[in-house]
Ligand binder design. Structure first.
Ligand SMILES: O=C(O)CCC(=O)C(=O)O
Length: 380
C-alpha cells in the first residue's frame, strides 16, 4: 500500500490562503480560550512559571544546595514545569543547534521531503506532519523533524539532515551535554524524593537505555491563529522533556484551571515533568498539560528532547520506597509501550465522543475534561 501522504503545513501557509482548512479548526469548546500569544506574553499579572538557578545546585555550601532542591521539589510538585538557568550548556552550543535546525527548515519543501517519515509503516523518524489518523480527524498547525539522539550507538545517522553540514556535529554536542544535565536533574529529584541520588536514573535504564528523542517543531505563520493549535493539549509520556525555542512565544501550560503562557526567558531551558516521572514519584510530581499556540506574524520553532525509558524492557511503577500503607501505589505497573497504547486508546475514545457531541449539540458538557485527559506521544 502506498504511504499516506501528509500535507505539509508549510506549503499551506505559503500558498496565500486567508482561511485555514476545516481540519485545522479547533472544536468550539477550545476556541474560547485561544489567545493572542504576543498580548499574553506582555501581561505582567498572573502566575509565573518558576525558575531554578542551577548554579545554586553546584554551591559548596550544602545549605544553598538544599534550598535549591527545595525550590526544584516545589516546582515539580506544584507546576510540573520550570525554567532552568545557569544550566551549564554553553550558549554557543545552543545557538549552533538552533542555527542548524533553522537552516534545515529553510530548505525548499522538496528537499525536506527526501527525509520524510512513513508513519503508516512504523518509520517514525524523519520529516513529518500529523496525519488525520485519529478518530476526531483533527490536524495541528506544524511540521516537524523527529529522531533519536542518544545513546549514540542507537542513532540512525543516515536519516539525520545532511544539510546543513554541521547538523550532526552540533546536535551531538548538544545532546551529550543535555544527557549530563538529565543526570543532574534526576539526581536532585531523587534526593528530593528521599531516595538514593542515582535511584531515578537507574530505574529508567541509566546511560545505556534511557533514550533522548529530539523533535524540532516548525510552526509556520498561520492566517487564522485564533482558530488553530500548533500542538494540541497533551501531557508528555516522557520522564522529562527539555525545551528550547526561537524566542517566539507559543507554549501554554494548564495551571490551576487556566492556560498560562510560558514567557521567553533568555538563556533558559524549560523542563517538563512527564507521565513516567509522575508514575515513578507515585503522583508527587505532576505531568503538566500543555499545548502550542501559533501566530500571524512569526514562524515559531522549538526543540523538544523527550527523555524516555525503553519501550518494553522496564516495568514502570511507583518507586517501592514511596509506597506505604498510608500512601498506596496510585498507578498500576506498565511498560512504556503499554502506557502509550493506553493513552492512544483513551484519546481515540475521546475523539469519537467529541464527534458524537458535535453531531448531537444538545450534549455540550465535555470541554476541559476532554483536554485534560487528552494525551500525546512522540510522533508515531
Ligand atoms: O513547541 C512547544 O513549545 C511545545 C512542543 C510540544 O509540546 C511537543 O512537541 O510535544
Amino acid at each position: 500500500m502506498a504511504p499516506a501522504l501528509a500535507l505539509r503545513v508549510e506549503s499551506l501557509a505559503t500558498s496565500g490562503i486567508q482561511s485555514i482548512p476545516k481540519e485545522y479548526v479547533r472544536p468550539e469548546e477550545e476556541l474560547s480560550n485561544i489567545a493572542n500569544v504576543f498580548e499574553e506574553e506582555k501581561k505582567k499579572e498572573g502566575p509565573q512559571v518558576p525558575t531554578i538557578d542551577l548554579k545554586e545546585m553546584e554551591s559548596e555550601d550544602e545549605e544553598v544546595r538544599a534550598k535549591c532542591r527545595e525550590k526544584l521539589n516545589k516546582a515539580a510538585e506544584e507546576w510540573g514545569v520550570m525554567y532552568l538557568v545557569n544550566h551549564g550548556i554553553p550558549n554557543e552550543v545552543i545557538n549552533r543547534l538552533k542555527e542548524a535546525g533553522e537552516a534545515f527548515f529553510s530548505l525548499p519543501i522538496e528537499e525536506k521531503e527526501k527525509y520524510a517519515n512513513d508513519q503508516g509503516s512504523g518509520k517514525i523518524q524523519g520529516y513529518g506532519s500529523k496525519l488525520a489518523n485519529n478518530a476526531s480527524g483533527q490536524l495541528e498547525w506544524e511540521d516537524y523533524f523527529f529522531h533519536l539522539a542518544f545513546p549514540e550507538d542507537k542513532r540512525d545517522l543516515s536519516i539525520w539532515p545532511k544539510t546543513p553540514s554541521d547538523y550532526i556535529e552540533v546536535t551531538t554536542k548538544y545532546t551529550r551535554q543535555l544527557r549530563e544535565l538529565t543526570t543532574k536533574i534526576l539526581g536532585a529529584l531523587s534526593l528530593c524524593l528521599g531516595v538514593e541520588e542515582d535511584r531515578l536514573e537507574k530505574e529508567v535504564g541509566g546511560m545505556e537505555d534511557l533514550l533522548l528523542q529530539l523533535k524540532i517543531n516548525y510552526y509556520p505563520i498561520c492566517p487564522q491563529p485564533e482558530l488553530a493549535l500548533g500542538v494540541e493539549a497533551h501531557t508528555d509520556v516522557s520522564l522529562l522533556t527539555f525545551l528550547l525555542h526561537n524566542m517566539v512565544p507559543g507554549l501554554q501550560l494548564f495551571y490551576e484551571g487556566k492556560w498560562v503562557i510560558a514567557k521567553c526567558v533568555p538563556d533558559s531551558i524549560l523542563v517538563h515533568i512527564g507521565d513516567t516521572l509522575e508514575i515513578l514519584s507515585n503522583g508527587k510530581y505532576k505531568s503538566i498539560l500543555h499545548r502550542g499556540l501559533v501566530n500571524k506574524e512569526k514562524v515559531r520553532i522549538s526543540w523538544a528532547v523527550f527523555c524516555e525509558p525503553p519501550k518494553d524492557k522496564i516495568i514502570l511503577k511507583p518507586l517501592s520506597e514511596l509506597v506505604t500503607e498510608t500512601e498506596p501505589a496510585k498507578f498500576t505497573p506498565r511498560t512504556f509501550a503499554q502506557h502509550i497504547q493506553q493513552k492512544i486508546f483513551r484519546k481515540n475514545k475521546e475523539g469519537l465522543l467529541r464527534k458524537t457531541i458535535q453531531e448531537e449539540p444538545q450534549t455540550t458538557e465535555h470541554t476541559e475534561t476532554i483536554q485534560e485527559d487528552s494525551a500525546k506521544c512522540a510522533p508515531q
